[in-house]
Design a binder for this molecule. Structure first.
Ligand SMILES: [Zn+2]
Ligand SMILES: [Zn+2]
Ligand SMILES: [Zn+2]
Ligand SMILES: [Zn+2]
Ligand SMILES: [Zn+2]
Ligand SMILES: [Zn+2]
Length: 427
């Protein structure tokens, strides 16, 4: 999946992690009933009040607000990979991939990174940069790079994590132009694209694309590629030219073989989806042990620096095409790119696992709410249900008196809760 660099929700770095429960919104549809839902609902409404308290311009309608919160929640969950931010990930060693943050308050040189839990517990209120996800990283919080500062979650750590690598993103700089994101001097914040090798982020115009190579996108501007290998990393990947052209994404995927018609007939026909070829390649390598590319990459010039280098855009599942024969694996190893043949290294897989964890969490919460309710005595049940009924009433009458296309104000929200309090007193 082509990553996008965007700021996480404003409440992301708040002690109220992990965000609002999606149940708040289920409850809005009046489909569930439990006191847990009341808590979440009140919490989310108070949050909403906070949001509007800070803003002088109130330009969000209720529906827009709910949609936005749901989107942000999902996005945050995907970046965090289902990490709930409670424990320092140091104990897990060099994780294949995790969300990493740099704290400029503690390590202004940008030579350290901390995990999600540490960013929340140990560096709350500090100047923190989100680094999206990084591969093979171990939390640095409180190690020798932090001077007198100790990690609140896990004190005992090695002095240094020697296998961690730090690029200029840790200093808050991106791309070959070294600008921050968001860029205070830019008129418009343009999206950057992450290189799947060096993990730096690039502006389109700084990828050295030239006239003939454009970022493969469809008519709606959606990316037609899965991964980018930037022009700085690409010399090492000249061996990819030994693979079928179909692993390279183009602007017109239907016509991948048009440049040379005769050749296209000779070689295997390239399906437009490009996902069947990989399977074939893998099978061949695994079954017969023969090399898919038929060249000993280590003994040739592949991976040597070339004068001219171009960024590469690769299609979905391109990693699955990569030859897994002994010689090729040796080449990846020597060049430090063995992670490419590890499925769990890819952002797509990371996000898939995050989604799975998220769904599991939601199901567990639903289960907990149900069993909570069914274990209550009759009186308690009635009390809770009447509380919910009150809340429903109040919100329903609020919604009825309210034009959903209009902006909602903090006064509106406070009124709902004031009315609820009055009701309770009358009881
Ligand atoms: Zn940590
Ligand atoms: Zn800090
Ligand atoms: Zn810490
Ligand atoms: Zn740039
Ligand atoms: Zn790169
Ligand atoms: Zn091979």
């Amino acid at each position: 999946m082509a990553g996008k660099l965007a700021l996480l929700p404003p409440f992301f770095l708040s002690p109220n992690f992990p965000f609002l429960s999606p149940h708040a919104f289920v409850f809005f549809k009046f489909t569930t009933s439990s006191s847990l839902a009341i808590q979440t609902l009140s919490f989310s409404w108070f949050k909403m009040a906070d949001v509007f308290e800070d803003e002088t311009e109130q330009t969000v309608s209720l529906n827009e607000y709910l949609d936005e919160v749901e989107d942000q929640e999902l996005e945050a969950d995907l970046v965090l990979g289902g990490d709930e931010g409670k424990e320092c990930t140091y104990v897990k060693g060099y994780m294949k991939r995790q969300a990493i943050f740099s704290c400029l308050t503690c390590t202004p040189d940008g030579n350290a990174g901390v995990c999600t839990a540490c960013s929340l517990s140990c560096h709350d209120g500090h100047e923190i940069i989100e680094l999206w996800t990084k591969r093979k990283f171990k939390c640095d919080c409180g190690n020798s790079k932090f001077g007198e500062f100790f990690c609140k979650l896990l004190v005992s750590k090695d002095v240094e994590n020697e296998e961690n690598s730090y690029n200029h993103n840790f200093k808050g700089k991106y791309c070959t132009c070294g600008r921050p994101y968001p860029d205070p001097d830019a008129e418009e914040q343009v999206e950057m694209i992450q290189c799947c090798i060096c993990e730096d982020w690039f502006h389109e115009e700084h990828l050295g694309l030239g006239n003939e190579l454009k970022i493969p996108r469809d008519e709606d501007g959606e990316p037609l590629y899965e991964d980018l290998i930037c022009h700085i990393c690409s010399p090492l990947f000249s061996f990819l030219n030994l693979y079928p052209k179909s692993i390279h994404a183009t602007n017109n995927p239907q016509n991948t073989t048009t440049p040379s018609k005769e050749k296209a007939i000779e070689t295997t026909p390239t399906p437009s989806g490009s996902s069947t070829n990989p399977e074939k390649g893998k099978d061949t390598a695994e079954k017969s042990g023969t090399c898919v590319v038929g060249v000993d990459l280590l003994s040739t010039e592949f991976g040597q620096s070339q004068s001219e280098s171009q960024a590469m855009f690769l299609t979905k599942n391109w990693r699955e095409v990569l030859c897994g024969c002994e010689k090729c694996l040796g080449f990846y190893e020597k060049k430090g790119i063995s992670y490419l043949v590890d499925k769990e290294d890819s952002i797509a897989e990371y996000e898939r696992m995050a989604k799975e964890k998220r769904d599991e969490k939601i199901q567990q919460q639903e289960g907990a709410e149900l069993s909570f309710l069914s274990n209550l005595g009759h009186v308690e049940k009635m009390e809770i249900l009447s509380g919910i009924a009150d809340m429903k009433d109040e919100i329903r009458s609020f919604l009825q008196s309210f034009d959903a296309s209009k902006p909602i104000t903090s006064d509106d929200i406070h009124k709902v809760f004031d009315n609820l309090k009055k009701r309770r007193r009358m009881d």
